[in-house]
Design a protein around this ligand. Structure first.
Ligand SMILES: [Zn+2]
Length: 206
């Protein structure tokens, strides 16, 4: 299975007709957030494959005119706080970033994110019973604490994501949120998981 993952910044060559040829063999689309919904809708329309996303902290409703508000990309499934299976691949998602403003959407304290993870556990345990493993790909917006993150509050990762990797051993954790402007590590192995900073896009073959 070939996966195209997107995050944080529009890529001109993907937001163009050439995406159809360049990514003709992609089977699955994933988005780690902070992207215009119109961009995501364009890509899923061009490629016509299953697509799952989580929200980033900068996501906001887009005005379609006539008082209509778009709260997520059409043609994409919101993966936040749930699991999904595509072919043989087991997915789960957790949206948002570490809280730095009170009451802002798609921001969570560490305790709030721990609670979101707790609510995900029954579905992971069910996967284990059904398929012999908990999870293949965890899709998040924020990175794990200490991996690809910064120490300032808005860009610090979640500690509970490290616990998730230790306990449930996904093959991949895909995240965005952290823009990369100079040569930097964007793929880091943590235990049995390859942590990938998707910004602005990444291709995976499973
Ligand atoms: Zn972000």
């Amino acid at each position: 299975m070939k996966i195209l993952a997107l995050s944080d910044q529009v890529v001109e060559s993907i937001y163009s007709a050439e995406v159809r040829e360049r990514f003709a063999d992609v089977d699955l689309l994933l988005s780690c957030g902070d992207l215009p919904y119109s961009y995501l809708e364009y890509v899923v329309t061009m490629l016509g494959v299953p697509a799952f996303y989580v929200h980033g902290n900068h996501d906001q409703p887009e005005d379609l005119g006539r008082g209509e508000l778009l709260t997520g990309p059409r043609g994409w499934v919101n993966l936040d706080g749930r699991t999904a299976r595509v072919g043989a691949v087991l997915l789960a998602g957790l949206e948002g970033a570490l809280r730095y403003k009170p009451n802002a959407p798609f921001q969570y304290s560490e305790a709030e994110m721990r609670w979101k993870v707790a609510r995900l556990l029954p579905a992971l345990l069910l996967n284990r019973l059904r398929y012999g493993r908990y999870l293949d790909i965890l899709v998040t917006h924020a990175p794990p604490l200490g991996i690809h993150n910064d120490l300032d509050l808005p860009h610090r990762g979640f500690a509970v994501f490290r616990w998730l990797m230790e306990r449930f051993r996904p093959r991949y954790l895909l995240h965005g949120h952290k823009h990369v402007y100079k040569p930097q590590t964007t793929r880091t192995r943590y235990r049995e998981t390859l942590v990938v900073n998707v910004y602005p896009f990444a291709v995976l073959e499973l």
